[in-house]
Ligand binder design. Structure first.
Ligand code: ADP
Length: 324
C-alpha cells in the first residue's frame, strides 16, 4: 500500500482553506493509502506562541480532524514532537541544504518581513528542512497539500535526490498531490493574502460560533461594482467568495454566475452562509461529542505506530550516512 505523509500546524482554529486544500483530500485518500497525518507542533514553534495554548490547540486540532472525517483506524494521527526521528533526520538534511536555496522560500520571505522588527527566527528559516525530514522519515510516496506548500515540497524532493546521489539510493522522491489548481483559498479580509491560521481575522474557521461565522462572511471584502462574476484580477474578493461557494455547493463558476445574475453581494453572502452551515453541519455536531480522553488515546496509539516506522527508517539512514 502506498504511503502518505502530511501535516497541519496547531497555531489556531482549522479554517476552510485547510479543509479544502488538504483535509478533504486526506479523508478520501485514507481509503486507499496508508496515511500518516501529523499535528506539526514543532513547526508551530517557529513563530511566537504561548506554551499553555500549544497543548490546547493540539487537542483542538486533533478533535477537529476527527470530526471532519479523519478515521483513526485508517489514518495514523500523531503529534510531530512525539517522534524524535524527525529531528535526527532534520540535522542530516540540514547538512545537505544550502543557505541560498532556503532564502528563496516564499514563506520565509513573508515571515521575515513580518518579524523584521522583533528579529527573524532561525526556525522560520530552517523549517522547510524539518518539513522534508517529516516526509522522508516515512519514505512517503505522496504528499497532499494546498498550493502554498508546493515550493517547500519541491525542496523535499530535491533533498531526497541529493541524499540518494551523495550517499546511496534510499529515499523515494515523493509526489506532490494537489487536487485542483484552485486549492488556495484567500483571506476574507484581504484577498491578496492566503487564508492562514496565522492571520485569524481573515479566516473562516469551521468550528467557530454561528454568529462569528455569519459576521465574518458578511464583513468579507468585496470589490467595486455589483456583479457576481469570476475575475480574480479585477474582482479578487468576489472571485474568492465564488471559489468558496463552489467548494461548498459543488456548483461550477458558470452556474454560480447564472444563479446570482441580477442579484447583489448581500444576497450572495446570505447564500454562502446557508451553504456553509449545510456543508459543515455533521462535522460541527460530531466535534461537540469528542472527548479529550479519546483524543489522548488516539494520539498515543498514533505515536506508537509512527515511531515504529520512523525508527526503522532512521536506523537504516544512520548506517548509510556512517553514524552506525
Ligand atoms: P495555515 O497557514 O493555516 O497555518 P498550515 O501551514 O497548518 O496552514 O497548513 C495545513 C494544510 O492546509 C497544508 O496542506 C496547506 O497547504 C493547506 N492550506 C493552508 N492554507 C490554505 C489555503 N488558504 N488554501 C488552501 N490550502 C491551504
Amino acid at each position: 500500500m502506498k504511503r502518505i505523509l502530511t501535516g497541519i500546524k496547531p497555531t489556531g482554529e482549522i479554517h476552510i482553506g485547510n479543509y479544502f486544500g488538504m483535509i478533504k483530500e486526506v479523508v478520501e485518500l485514507q481509503k486507499n493509502y496508508q496515511v500518516f497525518l501529523m499535528i506539526a507542533d514543532l513547526h508551530a514553534q517557529t513563530v511566537p506562541y504561548k506554551p499553555q495554548e500549544l497543548k490546547f490547540l493540539t487537542y483542538e486540532l486533533a478533535s477537529s480532524l476527527l470530526a471532519l472525517g479523519i478515521d483513526p483506524k485508517k489514518t495514523v494521527l500523531f503529534r510531530q514532537s512525539d517522534i524524535p526521528a524527525h529531528l535526527y533526520l532534520y540535522w542530516i538534511l540540514s547538512c545537505l541544504s544550502y543557505f541560498g536555496e532556503l532564502q528563496l522560500m516564499h514563506e520565509f520571505k513573508e515571515q521575515a518581513e513580518r518579524y523584521k522588527k522583533q528579529g527573524v527566527g532561525v526556525g522560520i528559516f530552517m523549517y522547510p528542512v524539518l518539513q522534508a525530514a517529516d516526509v522522508l522519515i516515512y519514505n512517503a510516496d505522496l504528499v497532499p497539500v494546498g498550493q502554498d506548500q508546493v515550493q517547500h515540497l519541491e525542496l523535499t524532493r530535491e533533498l531526497a535526490r541529493r541524499f540518494n546521489k551523495r550517499f546511496k539510493k534510499f529515499f523515494k522522491v515523493p509526489e506532490i498531490y494537489i487536487h485542483e489548481e484552485t486549492a488556495k483559498i484567500m483571506s476574507l479580509d484581504d484577498p491578496s493574502k492566503k487564508m492562514s491560521k496565522s492571520l485569524p481575522e481573515g479566516c473562516l474557521e469551521i468550528f467557530a460560533p454561528e454568529n462569528a461565522i455569519k459576521e465574518k462572511i458578511k464583513k468579507a471584502v468585496t470589490d467595486s461594482g455589483q456583479e457576481i462574476k469570476y475575475d480574480p484580477q479585477k474582482k479578487p474578493g468576489i472571485s474568492n467568495l465564488m471559489i468558496i461557494y463552489k467548494y461548498l455547493t459543488n456548483k461550477t463558476l458558470a452556474e454560480i454566475e447564472e444563479e446570482f445574475s441580477g442579484l447583489g453581494y448581500n444576497d450572495f453572502k446570505g447564500k454562502i452562509i446557508e451553504a456553509f452551515f449545510d456543508y459543515f453541519k455533521v462535522a460541527r455536531v460530531a466535534k461537540r461529542k469528542i472527548k479529550k480522553e479519546e483524543v489522548e488515546k488516539i494520539l498515543r496509539i498514533g505515536a506508537q505506530k509512527a515511531n515504529q516506522v520512523a525508527k526503522e527508517n532512521l536506523i537504516k539512514i544512520l548506517k548509510i550516512v556512517g553514524l552506525k
